[in-house]
Structures are given as structure tokens and as C-alpha cells.
Design a protein around this ligand. Structure first.
Ligand SMILES: [Zn+2]
Ligand SMILES: [Zn+2]
Length: 296
């Protein structure tokens, strides 16, 4: 008898988490349940369109998964939020970039006038990594993105600059009446702070409004955030407020602080769920684990 498995809904988008921690990979006993890899999420659309969100160390797990399935990828789009290490460091270990015949888009924001191509090539310059970007056998199209709208097959994608050091983009992918928002890394500031911007919060709430899925930076507990204001990340209370206000259907807590253990993440989830209940919110909150997938 076959092992029972989650039924894949016909025509659904399969959202798989390959790394949920932020900033640094944190392997060890304290991160066994949620995993210690850095940001990477894959979106498998019907019709074989694959979109990969960020290339943190989690992308190595995705690479292994694709190879284990014996799957020959011919094309995929990798959308990079921003070039901080935890979002691009896994790219050289993504095996499908090496064989000839594959086609990839690697798109994301330029930073300090440095193009996405140069940003990715920079970490593979022979000094920081022995293999040069020229070793990629796949045909790769690099593109610098700003705030814009574009399409990949039947998917419409919108972008928005987030509040984070450097240029960082959030993505909203619409497909067949469903939507997935990927908003990391991002800071919202408390109203008491001089950097708080009502305009920005309103714009962000509009950007994620009524989405089926919001995968977002929830790096800190509310207590930790008090000590980390200005570091470019969000706390539990803030993401709950955003998700509830924007009528998000499912909120996924993501990009956990490097010092947080599995138990700490459990606690953040409990706090978020209690806050949502207190607000009488219909938003469901999940803390996804590495390797876990959801059909949307
Ligand atoms: Zn990050
Ligand atoms: Zn960052």
C-alpha cells in the first residue's frame, strides 16, 4: 500500500518551504523541527511553471529534492528579495544552474547601482567561492527589478520596495484567482517612532490585501523588537496587525531570528494565534517547517 500523502488539489499551487530562518544558517539540536536553513520557498504552478523565492541555504534542499525526483528542469524563475547573504548564498549550490539546456531567470533589485548579475557574480568571483558564474551551463537571464508589474506564463507579478537596509523587494504573485505575497525582509516601526510612516503601512496593506497567502518577516518577538528597532525586521504583533487589517487568509511566520530555537518559534506562533483570536480575526497563522508544503 502506498504511504498516505497529502492530496494535491487539481490546479493548485504547491508552496514548499526550504529554509525559514533569517540572517544565518543555524543547524543543531535546537532547530531540528523547523530546520536551520535560510530563506527559500518554491512555488510549483500547474503547467510546470516553477518560481523560486530567494536563494538562501534552503535552495540546496530544493536542489536535492529536484534531483531525487530525477526531474530535469528546463526552466524556472528565481526572484530575489535582496542580496543580503542569507538570501543569495545558496545559489552556487543549486545544481540545475549547471547543466546546459536549462533556462533560468534570476531577477531582483539592483543595489547601490550594482546590477543583479554583478551581485550574484560578486559572491562567485574566485575569492569568496572557487567556482565562477561562467560555470553555470544554463542560459540565465538576469534582470534588475524596480516597482513594476510583469508576467511569467499565466502568473502576474507585482513588486513593492520594502523598508529594509538597501533595496529590497516584496512580491505578489496572482494566478487563477489566487495570490501569494512574499514580504521579507521588512520593518514597519511602531507609531511612536519618528520613522513610522502611515503612508508606507497603508501601501503595504494594499499590496497584500485579501491575499490567500502572506509569507512574511517575523524575525522578532515583540519584546526582542524593542531592542532591535531600526534593524529592518518585523515583530509578531506587527505582522498580525498587518495580516488582519489586510484580510489575509493564511499568514506564514518566516525569517526567524538566528538565536531563536524551535521552542521560541512555537511561542511566537502561540502569541500570534492568541492575538488574532483576540481581534476576532479570520486570518489563520502557521509557522511552516523546512520541507513542509501547502496547496493553495
Ligand atoms: Zn534576511
Ligand atoms: Zn536583509
Amino acid at each position: 500500500m502506498n504511504k498516505p500523502h497529502k492530496q494535491i488539489i487539481e490546479g493548485s499551487i504547491k508552496v514548499t518551504f526550504w529554509g525559514v530562518h533569517g540572517t544565518l544558517t543555524v543547524p543543531g539540536q535546537k532547530t531540528l523541527r523547523y530546520g536551520g536553513n535560510t530563506p527559500c520557498v518554491s512555488l510549483q504552478f500547474p503547467g510546470d511553471t516553477l518560481v523560486i523565492l530567494d536563494g538562501g541555504s534552503g535552495i540546496k534542499e530544493l536542489s536535492n529534492h529536484l534531483l531525487s525526483e530525477g526531474r530535469v528542469i528546463t526552466k524556472a524563475t528565481i526572484l530575489i528579495s535582496h542580496p543580503h547573504w542569507d538570501h543569495i548564498n545558496g545559489l552556487p549550490f543549486f545544481a540545475p544552474l549547471y547543466p546546459r539546456g536549462n533556462t533560468f531567470n534570476i531577477w531582483g533589485p539592483a543595489n547601490s547601482g550594482i546590477s543583479m548579475r554583478k551581485l550574484i557574480a560578486g559572491q562567485m568571483d574566485g575569492v569568496y567561492f572557487p567556482i565562477n558564474i561562467k560555470e553555470f551551463g544554463a542560459r540565465i537571464s538576469f534582470r534588475d527589478l524596480g516597482e513594476e508589474q510583469f508576467a511569467i506564463d499565466a502568473i502576474t507579478i507585482r513588486t513593492m520596495f520594502l523598508n529594509h537596509p538597501g533595496q529590497c523587494l516584496g512580491y505578489r504573485l496572482n494566478y487563477g484567482g489566487r495570490s501569494i505575497c512574499y514580504v521579507t525582509d521588512n520593518e514597519m516601526y511602531p507609531e511612536s517612532n519618528r520613522l513610522y510612516s502611515k503612508t508606507y503601512i497603508n501601501k503595504l496593506a494594499d499590496f497584500v490585501a485579501d491575499t490567500d497567502v502572506l509569507i512574511t518577516d517575523c524575525t522578532y518577538t515583540d519584546e526582542e523588537y524593542e531592542e532591535k528597532i531600526g534593524w529592518g525586521h518585523s515583530s509578531v504583533k506587527q505582522v498580525v496587525e498587518l495580516a488582519d487589517r489586510a484580510r489575509v487568509k493564511i499568514l506564514y511566520l518566516y525569517h526567524h531570528d538566528l538565536d531563536q530555537t524551535d521552542d521560541d518559534i512555537d511561542d511566537k506562533l502561540k502569541v500570534a494565534q492568541a492575538l488574532l483570536e483576540k481581534r476576532g480575526s479570520s486570518t489563520i497563522c502557521i509557522a511552516p517547517k523546512e520541507g513542509e508544503f501547502f496547496d493553495v
